[in-house]
Write a protein that binds this ligand. Sequence first.
Ligand code: AGP
Length: 579
Amino acid sequence: MCGIVGYVGYRDAASVCKDGLMHLEYRGYDSYGIASLSPKLSVFKSVGKISNAKNISSLKGTCAIGHTRWATHGVPSEINAHPLTDCGDKIAVVHNGIIENYAKLKAALIKRGHVFKSETDTEVIPHLIEEKYTGNLLDAVSKILPMLEGSYAILAVAEGENTIVAARKGSPLVLGVGDSEYIFASDAVPLIDYTKNVIYLEDGDIAEVKSDGYKIFNGKKIVKHPISKIEWDASVVRKSGFPHYMLKEIFEQPDVFSNTIQSVKENKEVVALIKKASSITVVACGTSANASMIFSYMMEAVCKIPTRVVVGSEYKYFPTPASSLVIGVSQSGETADTISALKISKDMGAKTIAVTNVLGSSITRTADVVLYTRAGPEVSVAATKSFTAQVAAFIEIVNLVSGKKLEPAVSDILRYLPDVVSADVSSAVELCKNASTLLYVGRGMFYPVAMEGALKMKEISYIHAEGYAAGELKHGPFALLCRETPVAALCLHGATYSVMMSNLKEIKARNAPLVAVGEAGDQDLEDLCDVFIPLPKVSEYAGIILSSVILQIMAYHCAVALGRDVDMPRNLAKSVTVE
Ligand code: AGP
C-alpha cells in the first residue's frame, strides 16, 4: 500500500522516480504523483496507472520525490494524490502511513490561516513544515515530527534546496547509496538499477540527503547505520520474457526451494528456540496463514509440539500465554495485523520469531529472532514462490527439530519441482474458468493446500472459490454441489487417501465436475474424476508443495483465460500496512 521513491544525484530525477514507482506498482495504488526541483518546485499528479503518465517529462531537475497512493483519507483523485504542498507551493511531501491526530492539527492550522486543498491526513505535514521553515528543511522537519501521532515514512523537498529530508516511524523506508546519487524507496526493489548498497532506516531516523552526501540523525545524534548489500540481481524484478511476474515467480520455485532450505540450515537460533518450545502460536494473514497451518500439522504430527495458528487480525481477541513461542509469518514483513499481533505477544513476555522474505522489513524490528526465507523479491500480488519458501522453511525446521524425519520430502521436491512448474493444466482450466463458484477440498495437510488453492483462484480470476476440509462438505457446502460447481480435490496416496476417495464418490454422485490431483497411475481416481492431474509418487510432505504448485498454475491460467490483470488484481495490495 502506497509506494515512495525519492532521488537526488545527477540523473533526470523525475524519470528515476517514475521508474522506481513502477517497480513498486505491486504494492497496490490508485493515483500517483511526482514533485521535482529545477530549482522551482513543479508537481505532476494523476489518477490511474503511472505507466500511462505522459507529462512527467515536463518535470526537470536532479532532485525529486514521488508516490503511489492507496486511498485511505479521501477518494482517489488528482487533488488527494501525493505530493502534497504547503500554501505557497514551495514545500512538497510524500507520505506512507497514517497521521492519527491530523484532524486536530488541521483545525489548528486552518485557524492560523492555512488553506487546505485535499482531504488527506498527509497535507498537515507540508503546512506544519511551512510554519517552521526558515531556509533549512532538516531543521523544519525535525521540529514538526514530534507533533505527529501515528505512522509515517516521509520524504520532503523545499524550493531553494537540492535536498531530500526523510523521516521514518513505523512505515518502511530504505536509502540506496550510490556514487554521487541517492535513492529512497519503500523497499529495495527500485534501488537495484542504481546501486546494491542499501541502508534500512530505523524508527525515529531523520535523514538529510544531497547529491554530495547524506547524514542520518536519531533524536539529536548522528547515527551510522551499516550499509547492507542487496543479495539479488536486477533480473529478479524483470519479467525476463514471461508474460506476467506471477508465471515467472512460479517458475523460480525450484531455485527458491534450495535457497530457503539453506537459509534455515544456517539459522541455528530459530531451530534451537523451537526445540525448546512447549507450545507454539503462529500469527499470519492470507497465504502466509495457509502456509502456517501446514506448519502446525507438521509440528503436531512429527515433532509433537502443540502448535496453533491465529490469523493476525484476530490475535488480539485471544492472545497466547507468555510461555508460548510466537512466530509471525509475513512475506512482506509489513503486514500490520501480523506485526501488531507480534507486538502484543512480546508485551506479554513471549519469545518471538519472524519468518519473512524481506530483509530489514518492519517485522524484523519487532521479533527477537528472524528467519529469512530468501525467495527474492516477489512482484506479483498473488504470493507463489514466497508461499513455497515458507513451506520449505517449515519442512526444514521440522526436519531439523525431528532429527531428519523429513529428509525424503526434501529430496523428492528437489527432484520433481522443476517439471511440476510446467505441468499441463489446460483441461482443468477449461472445466473451471466459466464457473461462478469453485470448491477446493483436501484432508490433513492438504486442507490448507486446498484453502491456498482457493485463495489463489479467487484473488486473480475473481471466481468465487472456497477451500474446505473434505469431511466438512457434508455439513453445508454439499448444498452447492451441482453440474455448475466444479470441485478441485487433492487426493494423493497416504494417510488421507481412502477416506478422500469416499468423499470424492459422494461429490460425483451429486454431479459436480471433479478435477483431481493424484498420483500418476492411480486408475481408480482417474476413472472417477473428469480431469486428472498426475503427480509423481512422492512422500506426503513433498506432495503438499507439488500439489500447491499445480493449483497456482491452474489459477494463473484461469485468470489469463478470463483476461484478468494477473499481477495486480483489483482492490488488492501486496503489503497490507493498515489493520
Ligand atoms: C496472497 O496471494 C495474498 N496476496 C495475501 O493473502 C497475502 O498473503 C497476505 O496479505 C499476507 O501478506 P504477508 O505474507 O506479506 O504478510
